[in-house]
Write a protein that binds this ligand. Sequence first.
Ligand SMILES: Cc1cc2nc3c(=O)[nH]c(=O)nc-3n(C[C@H](O)[C@H](O)[C@H](O)COP(=O)(O)OP(=O)(O)OC[C@H]3O[C@@H](n4cnc5c(N)ncnc54)[C@H](O)[C@@H]3O)c2cc1C
Length: 277
Amino acid sequence: MSQTGRRVSLIDVAVRELEVVRVSDVSPAMKRVTLAGKALRAEAFPPFVSTGFDDDVRMLFPYPGETLPVLPETDESGRVQFAPGRRPIARAYTVRKHDAEAGEIDLDVVLHGDDGVASQWAQAVLPGAPMHIVGPGQTKSLPESPDWWLMYGDDTALPAIARLLEELQPGSRGLAVISVAERAHRIELTHPDTITVHWVDRAEHVAEQGSLPEPSDLLRVAEWPEGEPFVWLAGEQSEVQALRRFVHQTQGVPKTAIDFTGYWKHHRHDTDAANER
Ligand SMILES: Cc1cc2nc3c(=O)[nH]c(=O)nc-3n(C[C@H](O)[C@H](O)[C@H](O)COP(=O)(O)OP(=O)(O)OC[C@H]3O[C@@H](n4cnc5c(N)ncnc54)[C@H](O)[C@@H]3O)c2cc1C
């Protein structure tokens, strides 16, 4: 059980050798990369499981000049581990959709314009390209019927929020605040009509107000419904930490009702994300 009361199921981790079968534009700043392979089909062993809206896999990238990424090894007890030494170049991505019949997953990758290996790969990748993934290592259930839902995320959290919105029961009340770099990055979302979606366009905010929005202002965009919320926050690490402080200290929401994850850090060249969680 997680601190927020979400039931955690651990999953046998395997390395899965896949191929890019489709690439499409979700928005001008996000590519949907569809990966396929037998290892994602219903009969695969260990099975690929992704029942939680915020499950993630790690894409493994080769070092420059190499064709294969650093791959983990499976020991005699079946545990998958990276050997000490050269660390894998691994990046976390949310499983936007798993189709076990077709043996496919969709990953929605933000093209953030910095020189990240994953972002650059997604910008240029074509069908036929190979990709190794590991995970998900765990999957978390939805919390038991909160009075209402508060979701905040930036562009990187859009895949998880989109999946959560699609999975919510009809009549679920709540507020989703999504901060994107610019208006053109908004996407169509499917959600119960009792959920309000509020978009924040960072470029417009800077043009109009001269600065980026304060984290606490982000969540003051609309009146909060009555009752005890379940709060889910993801995005740039320091922003998410500030939002959590605001939700807990200013708004009085107990920490046990706040699920928060730093999805990326400013000015960070991350070659060993796989070893951090
Ligand atoms: C559980 C989890 C799920 C995630 N799901 C998704 C997802 O579905 N889609 C998605 O796009 N991302 C997702 N992320 C975030 C993604 O893993 C990071 O953005 C990652 O750092 C991108 O790798 P990169 O190789 O492109 O850049 P890196 O090599 O990691 O970083 C290079 C530079 O780019 C900057 N940078 C990294 N990401 C961003 C960004 N988003 N915006 C602006 N600058 C950035 C860094 O600060 C650094 O200066 C998720 C992260 C986690 C932990």
